[in-house]
Design a protein around this ligand. Structure first.
Ligand SMILES: [Fe+2]
Ligand SMILES: [Fe+2]
Length: 370
């Protein structure tokens, strides 16, 4: 049984623009999603792109010394590099550069300034295009679940940037097909559909959402409460959108300072969700307490034993299981049996009674995943 694809790759994006302020703002927008290599000049950019071919190039009209077009022509002439997706950017929609780029076969062009969600969606469509297109072949409810949750997830990036609250309606509507699919017992296409998708935070959040819903359904939770679990899972880590890629994706031990930034995602998520209109308390608890442990060694509050209600205990179990079985740039996915074995060793941290229930449900789910 293969639960999650074990092939690992780091997702590199090359950003070519002579304007350092623009490069900094784009790099910041993509911080938690991709590894970024920045270039301002044609020669070094071509060398960098050829040396370490990226998953995509974001190429502006403004490149030293003669604009973006000569570099685009060069990339198109190098065998192998001609398959790297390129997103061209300019300050006007009537830019000659964009027209020339399209004539050379570039599919995606963006006019500055563009929203963070627009850039994320454009990159996702280019890098994960084959995967997202394959969703047309899956069962309609599960297809709707994937499309709606991905759109909702990307739009949260804009809300965070703008300091605007999250309307719970958006999350609930995106999660309704997730719940329907689980209630109908048809959720495997959703899990398989994101197996190779590169938007790690989205994939992890969706898997936590699906597993929490499956778990909840198996212990008799129904209706709006099930929707609360699905929603809580989808938004539980949105604060990670502000954590830099190198901290989020390092195989190395984090320094104390990096660890503090990483752990800060819980507080950022909680702060963001606090302003949300209509978010059920249960969904907020999932986000706020999914790193708390029974023995008080968790964070951010170090809650202990009875201070953690059943929802928080479920969230912690699902989050740990999700993290162990996720495919990451730096590690292979762990098989579910192995992950569950590791989790049974964490006797003082995880609720072993709930874990035993989850084990039975999960091994059933895992049976015929690709
Ligand atoms: Fe988290
Ligand atoms: Fe998580």
């Amino acid at each position: 049984m293969q639960f999650v694809d074990a092939s690992a790759r780091n997702v590199l994006i090359c950003l070519v623009d002579a304007n350092p302020n623009y490069r900094a703002s784009v790099a910041n927008a993509l911080t938690s999603f991709y590894q970024i290599a920045e270039f301002s000049e044609q020669g070094t950019a071509l060398e960098g792109i050829a040396f370490n071919p990226p998953a995509a190039v974001i190429l502006d009209e403004n490149v030293l010394p003669r604009g973006g077009l000569p570099l685009l022509r060069e990339i198109c002439c190098v065998p192998d590099l001609d398959r790297v997706p390129i997103i061209c950017t300019a300050t006007h929609d009537r830019s000659i550069f964009l027209a020339d780029a399209m004539a050379l076969g570039v599919r995606t062009t963006l006019v500055k300034p563009f929203r963070r969600s627009v850039l994320l969606q454009a990159l996702s469509a280019e890098i994960n295009g084959k995967i997202e297109r394959s969703w047309v072949r899956i069962e309609p409810i599960q297809r709707a679940a994937l499309k709606r949750t991905l759109t909702a997830f990307n739009s949260i990036a804009d809300l965070i940037d703008d300091g605007k609250p999250l309307p719970y309606d958006h999350v609930r509507e995106a999660c309704e097909p997730v719940v329907n699919a689980v209630c109908n017992g048809n959720y495997k296409d959703m899990l398989n559909g994101v197996r190779d998708h590169d938007n790690y935070t989205y994939v992890h959040s969706l898997r936590v959402s699906i597993f929490l819903t499956i778990f909840g359904h198996s212990i008799g939770i129904r209706g709006q409460d099930l929707l609360t679990l699905a929603s809580g899972g989808l938004v539980h880590d949105v604060g990670k959108m502000s954590v830099p890629h190198h901290i989020l994706n390092t195989p190395n031990r984090l320094t104390d300072e990096e660890m503090a930034i990483m752990r800060g995602h819980v507080t950022s998520t909680a702060k963001f969700l606090r302003g949300s209109s209509g978010l059920p308390r249960g969904a907020a608890i999932i986000a706020e307490q999914h790193h708390e442990k029974l023995d008080g060694t968790g964070y951010p509050l170090g809650l202990k034993g009875k201070e953690l209600n059943e929802l928080a205990r479920m969230a912690t179990i699902i989050d740990v299981f999700g993290a162990l079985t996720d495919r990451r740039a730096y590690k292979e996915a762990m098989e579910p049996e192995q992950a569950l074995h590791v989790m049974t060793q964490l006797k003082n941290q995880l609720d072993q009674h709930l874990l035993a229930t989850f084990r039975k449900v999960l091994l059933d789910v895992a049976k015929d995943l690709q």
